[in-house]
Design a protein around this ligand. Structure first.
Ligand code: CP3
Length: 353
């Protein structure tokens, strides 16, 4: 299926993720679907709740395709959320307008076995798999379909804090105070997340990204144990089933530990956050790992020549190495859609210069 002549291999994003340097890097953006698009806001209103939007394949498929139609990105990322895993394990999840995600917080390790269960994981996530099948059928032939999941630490932090957090004090207190109990939650997440990603690939995802958005909130020692190690296990479980499917690892804020993510996570590509110098990453991270990133999302809010120059600098820095153009974190709601169009034109226009 993945031989050199198959149409799959000519997709630019897949080629770059498999280690090929391209003259014009493929481009997609984290959070490319969402509130900055008026067509998203219209459908979001119709859907009622955000979770209903994620779990209604017809609508989730439409939202996935909106940025592809507008900007012709090389990658279409499944429209869903990292928190559907706690939801599928049985934890109550809701999204409050302006307040972000809310969950009924886990009070301690003794609640893991009582409140969470893997039994209906795939049943509750079936709408997500159906969304992937629908998107795969409607994508332009050159566009790659990306699946995703949150990494265990980031997802666990929401499950323990009951939502977003500034300092992760409750989750860290549990981690430091009862590493064995905390480890049971992480193990459950490793197992469920790997099963979820494997099922996404079977439903049509051609590459997957693991988001550890809060890796940088951990001291280095804990980054190894609770971010890198669980991610390594997930990659191993995914590769055991789907050795050809590229995995992108995004340990946001990992600093120098990025070196170890490149060496030991088993990922094919690494998402580089806004803080890491890209030329350092190019020189210092394992050869052969594709890099992805790292334009500051606020550059796209500001737009103009500043944005274009920063984007060109990134492409020039990475010329000759396997690279995927992206942001260092997600598109923010206040981003003018026209700026995103100009960004895509800038990258694609560089080939002719
Ligand atoms: O990238 C995409 O376009 C695909 C969709 C996607 C969403 N969330 C949709 C979403 C992806 C890949 C995510 C990942 C996600 N979700 C992460 C990791 C990436 C990151 O940004 O760090 C995290 C930490 C979450 C958890 C989450 N979901 C938060 C903190 C919030 C509230 C903040 C916000 O932006 O509203 C959400 C809600 C959410 N997820 C929205 C969207 C479009 C907004 C909800 C709405 O429309 O009301």
């Amino acid at each position: 299926m993945n031989d050199a002549n198959s149409p799959t291999v000519s997709k630019p994003l897949l080629r770059a993720l498999r280690g090929e340097p391209l003259d014009t890097p493929p481009i997609w953006l984290m959070r490319q679907a969402g509130r900055y698009l008026p067509e998203y806001r219209a459908l979001r209103k119709e859907a009622g709740s955000f979770l209903d939007l994620c779990m209604t394949p017809e609508m989730a498929c439409e939202v996935t395709l909106q940025p592809i139609r507008r900007f012709g990105f090389d990658g279409a990322i499944l429209f869903s959320d990292i928190l559907v895993i706690p939801y599928a394990l049985g934890q109550k999840l809701w999204f409050e307008e302006g307040a972000g995600p809310k969950l009924e917080a886990l009070q301690g390790p003794e609640e893991i076995a009582v409140r969470l269960s893997r039994d209906s994981l795939h049943e509750r996530l079936a709408p997500v798999y159906e969304t992937l099948r629908r998107v795969r059928d409607s994508l332009p032939p050159e566009t790659t379909l990306l699946g995703f999941a949150g990494a265990p630490w980031t997802v666990a932090s929401y499950m323990i804090e009951g939502g977003s957090s500034k300092d992760f004090a409750t989750a860290k207190k549990w981690m430091f105070g009862d590493p064995e109990g905390f480890g049971r939650l992480i193990d459950l997440l490793v197992d469920s997340t790997a099963a979820y990603l494997n099922a996404q690939i079977e439903a049509g995802a051609e590459a997957v990204q693991i988001f550890d958005s809060w890796a940088g909130s951990l001291p280095a020692v804990e980054q190894y144990r609770w971010s890198l190690e669980p991610i390594r296990q997930i990659v191993e479980l995914v590769k055991a089933q789907h050795p050809e499917t590229p995995v992108i690892v995004f340990p946001r804020g990992a600093g120098p530990v990025y070196v170890d993510f490149a060496q030991h996570s088993g990922g094919d590509a690494l998402g580089i956050d806004t803080a890491l110098p890209l030329d350092w990453a190019r020189r210092s991270l394992k050869q052969g790992v594709t890099l992805q990133g790292n334009l500051d999302p606020i550059r796209v809010v500001a737009g103009g020549e500043g944005m274009r120059a920063a984007a060109r600098r990134i492409v020039e820095t990475m010329r000759g190495s396997p690279f995927v153009f992206n942001l260092g974190h997600g598109v923010v709601p206040q981003t003018p859609p026209e700026h995103v169009g100009e960004l895509v034109e800038t990258i694609r226009g560089m080939a002719q210069r």
